[in-house]
Every structure is written in C-alpha cells, then in structure tokens.
Design a protein around this ligand. Sequence first.
Ligand code: ADP
Ligand code: MG
Length: 387
Amino acid sequence: MAALLPGTATLGVLGGGQLGRMFVHAAQAMGYRCIVLDPDAISPAGSVAEKHIKADYLDPVGLAQLARDCDAITTEFENVPAMALETLANMRVVAPAAASVAVCQDRAVEKAHFEAAGVPCAPHAVITNEIELAAIDPALLPGILKTSRMGYDGKGQVRVATAAELAAAWENLQRVPCVLEQMLPLQRELSVLVARGADGQLVNYPVQQNLHRGGILAVTEVPAPDVPAEVQALAVSAARQVAQTLGYVGVLCIEFFWLHDGRLVVNEMAPRPHNSGHWTMNGCDVSQFELQVRALAGLPLPAPRQHSASLMLNLLGDLWFGEQGGPTPPAWDRVLALPGTHLHLYGKADARPGRKMGHLNITADTPEAAHDVAVQAAAILGLPTDF
Ligand code: ADP
Ligand code: MG
C-alpha cells in the first residue's frame, strides 16, 4: 500500500474518548482530516474531529459512512466489537487488524499468545464451567479472578484466598468466562510501547515504570528508576517479540510485572496507545499518538528519542472535589508555575470521582529534578506524594 500523504487523506477512529482525542490532535497537526465514530452526542474526540458520526459501533449505516469518508481507520479502545473492525476492513485499511484486537479482548487468548511467543505470564487457569472451577490447582490461591473480557482499570476483578471465595466470586461475576491468576509478589509494574508498520518496521519506547492506585494508573516514570538494565532489556525484547508474532500494525502497549525474586512476567497488552505512554507527548521527539498516525498512514516510523527525564501524574475527577466539596477546578495556575509542567485535559464537562480527566507531564534534565517537581505538583493538587 502507498502511504497516505499528510494533507491529502482522512483518518477515522472508532471511539470518542481521550485516546481518540489525542490521536485526532496528532493527525490534525500533520494535516490529516479526522472522523470519529462514537455513540455519544458529546465526546472528547468527537468534539475536536472535523466530523463526528454519532452511531453505535455495530450500526451498519454508521460504519459504511465511516468507511466511505475515510482512507484508513483505527480504534482507540480494545472492546470495540471485533465485527466492527472486520466490517470496516472489507472496505478500508484498518490497523490494528481485527484479529490482533480480538487477541487483546480476551485474557485467555491473550495469555495463550504470550506463551506461544515464548514470553512468560502469571500462572493461571481458565474457568468457563463448574468442572474447570472444581479442578482449580490450589497452588493458584491466593489469586485474582478476572473476567476474560471487558475488564479495565481493575474492573471485573476479585481477589480470592480460598476455593470457597473463588466459587462465590465466580457466582458474583455471573459465571462469565474468567481467568484465575496466581497473586504474584510485585516489586514494580512496567510497560513497554512499541509501534509496528505494515512493512514490519518495529520501534519501541524505553521501559516505563508504573504505579497504580485502586487499580487505576496513577504515576508513570521514565527512565524506570528502580529497574536494572538487564530487566529493562528483557522487557523491551519481550514486547517486540509479542508485536512481531502477532504481525501487529499500529501502537501496542505491553504491561509487565517485575517480581521480588527478580523474574519478569507479562501481564496484559492493549492494542492502542496507552495511559502509561502519555509522557511521550512531552518527553520524546515523537509521541505515541504521532506513531499511531504514522503507522496507520503507512509513513516511516522513526525510533523515538527521549530528550527529557519524564514523569506523568494521572488526573482523576476526584481532584475536583476537595475539602469544600465541589466540583471546583484544581489550582492549575499554581501547578503550571512549576518548571517543566505540561497540562493535558480531555475536555470532559463533568468531573466524577475515578473518571480520567487529564494528565500532567513533568519534564526535566534529570529524573531527580522531574521527581522533585512532581512531588510539589502532587502536593498542590492534594494527591499522595509517596511515589
Ligand atoms: P486491567 O485490565 O484492569 O488493567 P490488570 O490485569 O492489569 O487489569 O490488573 C490491574 C492491576 O491489578 C495490575 O496493574 C496489578 O497492580 C494488579 N494485578 C493484576 N494481576 C495481578 C497478579 N497476578 N498478581 C498481583 N497483582 C496483580
Ligand atoms: Mg492493566
């Protein structure tokens, strides 16, 4: 396929959330027109694209309109029905492919892919019926029961210590297909973003160190301050291996656990730019969203160069509800007085606790300086400063 040259083409995205919005911003900066398909009348991406098709992800009329008006189409979330991508692929260039997204949609299939790629994941078992439930190896307990499909930000997960708790948890999850994973002693959580072109060109960002609070990403630091170089090299090569064996096209994020005994295991992956890669918007010469645009358009993929030590603080709706109640906007003016701070808000009208409203990137000459500013910013915002 010939590249879709900037200034001549229209790119489409399924989904109108913040990831779609930042994709649209990057695409528009390069001169592409953008069309967003999203069922909501108002959405972060729909409100910045040249055009918003308000339709359900399986609406044949909406999909046909998107296919007609776009030269290539991507997705901003993995739970888009695989059927929608297949339908579009029959009409237009779609990246990532429906088959890749389907692997990421199902934890059991995803884990099988990791194992086939020779990348170790957590000991686990699939539970789809009573017989499998009864046959669970007690060595997997204590563990985490996760729904195979539709989980995100810690949703659809229950921690279980005994066989009785496991049975009750599965009952509570309506007996949907699940994966039980052994609870692992995590030293740190890491992720690696790669981008791969249709021609097989493959580039990666450096290892990202992630801190979660309540199942939601809170802080990402790059370079990963606590992780030995050989562990980082292993994570990068595993991530590249996973992308290659999938024949993946687009931006892919792979999450890892670094365990107390020094082992590295893969956790899960997302077939799109990732919250843990938002620092690349200010800390690198090419952001994850620009690489998503380039991969979709068939343009060259330059190896990204990190030019600044970076730290990202996720900004949830809770910040709008301080001691006086709310919602009131946080003191952005005080935060932005700190050196190297870059605020990204997603244009969501209503702040709600737990809702991703934006992120703050902090860049500096050294990791220590970035950390220092981040702690000051967190204190102003009322966020925990123990990172
Ligand atoms: P989600 O799709 O919600 O991101 P994850 O599988 O990444 O689901 O789990 C969310 C978080 O729960 C992880 O980032 C990690 O902190 C914790 N977690 C998940 N699986 C395990 C495990 N096997 N052992 C220990 N902690 C885990
Ligand atoms: Mg995760």
